[in-house]
Design a protein around this ligand. Structure first.
Ligand code: GDP
Length: 755
């Protein structure tokens, strides 16, 4: 028997000799596009994303010691607010090298409030690593984000972490991956235990047992499968692998028919192809905290996840800003992904979203919180722009010496932001603090388009609204502690809106300027329902939620040539502040359409009169709506709850009697989903026997969970977590998402208004 003792290098499985990882400095600066991997990590909070990332940085030579999330000194969670709470909030882009590839790791947040950030990061990824906790398996948020990644056709790898924990079940988790995430899998690495202790991994592709022998996870003992006492398991795993791949890959099938075996090279190629084409998902395992299984995961990222692709026929520079962050030393940093062309420092840039020219003073490549300057970036690369002053998250930027109008209107698919459901009041501590407060708020809004700012004229206060309580808490924390704004901050409150049924009177306003030219506007406000039944009229589709200049239809009479879009803009400027003022209840108006007519006579000097006239007319039009037609609206959430079956009755009763919850469905947690194909596959796929599975199944009642879905007003969900915990003795969990704004029941209106 011969045992190879070696040290992990960036060539797992090919070379186990003692070679220390190469440092970044010795690697080529401008990578070939085929050597780039833009990878994101999706994981439920606490699954071990930060721990795993830290190890990757260590093995790739970016850091020379292993950070520890439990003591708050990790490289990725570098925001103060993150350190304090021990969660990852902002996506940070980190670049490191492994196996002659450049991996750009886009860190994604693990909290539901920041789901928007997750979507934003997925947009710029070419591949994803999904980290699961081997004890808790597939959790609700992971399912949600996975679905997004699947819709965007981003290839995925699964890494089952925490295999060292008692109750971890590799095969149980694999079956959950298949049934809940609805995907086919191939098991590339199996857990290796000595007694109860998790010691390493079984590499099915290379048929090697890899036992980790040093604390930092660099030194391993490698034994060919045939020389271990687990050769049977190896053979079964390999047969299963060949079987699954041959379903999609003819090369594997042919080779197997011809030789009754398949070479490692053919397998690797097939796994890469099937993963890139989203036919299968490779599964690996490890225990990041114990430094076991990380290098194989890095290897899988470079071998199986695809490199970026360049759109054909595109030489001009196109990029998407996926993150804006204020840095105390460097100012505003804009993270972009280059899709085509070359980004160079002195190139003239154009923001096709805001229609503004942009200038850049410096270009940086990120290494966690230690960015380095670089002069030029190619397709697929992630760059940081410094010195720009108006790029916001989600903007498309193009560049080149002479841009055509068509190029100036290129839009990379923008990211939709969901409506904010929580808000807080913010005011400066003193009049003199107004300016710095506004500047700080501007920075926050550029960074995070899921935050919204409105001004409450009556109270003379700003209202900052966002996706969740934690979201706002973090935002205001940054406002005060990082951006040094001196502000008074109110309590987190639930956003209410109002609307009305029917149609307002049409109000006409006109004004004569010094030249004798007239500007006449008329405005009719209608609820969405009446708008759609108003046939043949030039009804706009402007909603109170998203307003842009293209959403208002204006009718021009008269002969003067005025740029139509300017008039539309003025109409929007006139209506918007009126919407924020509200109607009967004093909450922002929502779900309305506006029919506007603007007539400007040929002699008119001053087309700027449109805005004030529209504003006046809109206020008056809304005041003609009868009080009784107004409705108060509140956010209603889709709530997804998982609880032990024995507590189901109590949970449902609490939802329907105390919380006005409407039950939507009830499913057996083990039988979730309409797609029974994957349920069947999950039961029949080959997976090794779990040592600890049965124990844990009974221990935490996992096999006996039910999943409830309900629609509940947000105000009734305050403090729900502690109620759920107490009803279920700590075993229940829930996720919620905004569903819609719906009318407050009449008997609750007083209560809600007083809150
Ligand atoms: P994140 O929220 O996904 O970034 O998760 P963290 O990396 O912060 O890890 C959450 C907790 O799980 C921390 O207390 C880690 O020490 C612990 N943890 C992470 N990986 C492992 C592992 O492999 N085994 C065990 N037992 N604990 C782990």
């Amino acid at each position: 028997m011969h045992t190879l003792v070696g040290r992990f290098t960036s060539r797992l499985g090919k070379n186990y000799t003692r070679v220390v990882s190469r440092s970044l400095a010795t690697l080529p600066k401008a990578p070939q596009i085929t050597d780039i991997r833009n990878v994101g990590i999706i994981a439920h909070i606490d699954a071990g994303k930060t721990t795993t990332t830290e190890r990757m940085l260590y093995y790739s030579g970016v850091t020379n010691r292993i950070g520890n999330v439990d003591t708050g000194d990790t490289v990725t969670d570098f925001l103060e607010a993150e350190r304090a709470r021990g969660i990852t909030i902002q996506s940070a882009a980190i670049t490191f090298n492994w196996n002659d590839h450049q991996i750009n790791l886009i860190d994604t947040p693990g909290h539901a409030d920041f789901n928007y950030e997750v979507v934003r990061s997925i947009r710029v990824l070419d591949g994803c690593v999904t980290i699961l906790d081997g004890v808790s398996g597939v959790e609700a948020l992971t399912e949600k984000v996975w679905k997004l990644a699947a819709e965007m056709q981003v290839p995925r790898i699964v890494y089952i972490n925490k295999m060292d924990r008692p109750g971890a079940g590799f095969s149980r988790t694999v079956r959950e991956v298949v049934s809940k995430l609805k995907t086919k899998v191939v098991l590339l690495f199996l857990p290796y235990f000595e007694g109860e202790e998790f010691k390493g991994v079984l590499d099915v592709v290379n048929m090697l047992r890899i036992k980790y022998v040093s604390q930092d996870g660099r030194d391993v003992e490698v034994l060919p499968a045939a020389e271990t006492d687990q050769n049977d398991v190896f053979l079964q795993a390999r047969a299963a692998l060949i079987d699954q791949l041959s379903e999609f890959d003819d090369a594997v099938l042919d080779e197997f028919i011809d030789t009754n075996d398949v070479q490692t090279k053919t397998l690797v190629e097939a796994i890469r192809k099937c993963t890139s084409e989203n036919n299968i998902v490779p599964v690996l395992c490890g225990a990041s905290f114990r430094n076991i299984g990380i290098q194989p995961l890095m290897e899988a990222c470079t071998s199986y996840l695809p490199s970026p692709t360049v759109p054909v026929n595109s030489n001009i520079l196109t990029m998407l800003a996926f993150k804006v962050r204020h840095d105390p030393q460097r100012g505003v940093m804009v993270f972009v992904r280059v899709y085509s062309g070359q980004l160079k420092r002195n190139l003239q840039l154009y923001n096709t979203t805001t229609k503004k020219k942009e200038k850049v003073s410096k270009l940086l490549r990120m290494q966690a919180d230690n960015p380095v300057e670089q002069e030029s970036f190619g397709p697929g690369e992630i760059a940081v722009l410094l010195g720009t002053n108006s790029i916001r998250t989600g903007d498309t930027i193009v560049g080149g010496p002479k841009l055509t109008n068509a190029q100036k209107s290129i839009q990379l698919q923008p990211i939709q932001t969901p409506p904010p459901v929580f808000f807080i009041r913010i005011s400066p501590k003193s009049v003199g603090d107004m300016r710095t407060m506004k500047d700080a708020l501007d920075i926050l809004l550029r960074e995070d388009p899921s935050l919204h700012l409105t001004y409450d004229e009556e109270a003379a206060q700003y209202l900052l609204s966002g996706m969740g309580e934690l979201h706002l808490e973090i935002a205001t924390d940054r406002l005060v502690n990082e951006l040094n704004a001196r502000v008074e901050i109110g309590e987190v409150m639930i956003t209410l809106k109002e609307t009305f049924a029917g149609t307002s009177s049409t109000v006409t306003k006109s004004s004569v300027d010094a030249n004798g030219g007239t500007t006449t506007v008329s405005v009719t406000a209608l609820s969405h329902d009446s708008a759609s039944s108003h046939e043949g009229s030039p009804v706009s589709s402007m909603s109170t939620q998203i307003i842009d200049q293209n959403n208002v239809s204006t009718v021009f009479r008269g002969h003067r040539l005025i740029d139509g879009s300017d008039v539309k803009k003025q109409v929007v400027y006139g209506i918007t502040p009126v919407l924020a003022r509200g109607g009967f209840y004093g909450h922002a108006l929502f779900g309305l359409d506006f029919q506007c007519e603007v007539k400007i006579s040929p002699e008119a000097e001053n087309p700027d009169l449109v805005t004030p006239l529209i504003r006046e007319a809109t206020i008056e039009a809304i005041s003609t709506v009868h009080d009784k037609s107004f409705e108060l609206l509140e956010p209603v959430m889709d709530v997804d709850i998982q609880v032990p079956r024995s507590t189901m009755g109590a949970v449902i009763s609490d939802l329907s009697t105390n919380r006005r919850g409407q039950m939507k469905s009830l499913e057996d947690s083990e039988e979730i989903g309409e797609d029974n194909d994957y349920m069947d596959i999950s039961k029949t796929i080959w997976a090794p026997v779990d040592h600890t599975m049965y124990m844990s199944k009974h221990e935490d009642g996992k096999g006996n969970n039910v999943r409830l879905q309900a629609r509940v007003p947000l105000r009734k969900m305050v403090g729900y977590l502690s109620t759920l915990r107490s009803i279920t003795q700590g075993r229940g969990a829930f996720e919620m998402n905004f569903s819609k704004f719906s009318p407050v029941p009449s008997q609750d209106i007083e209560d809600v208004r007083n809150q």
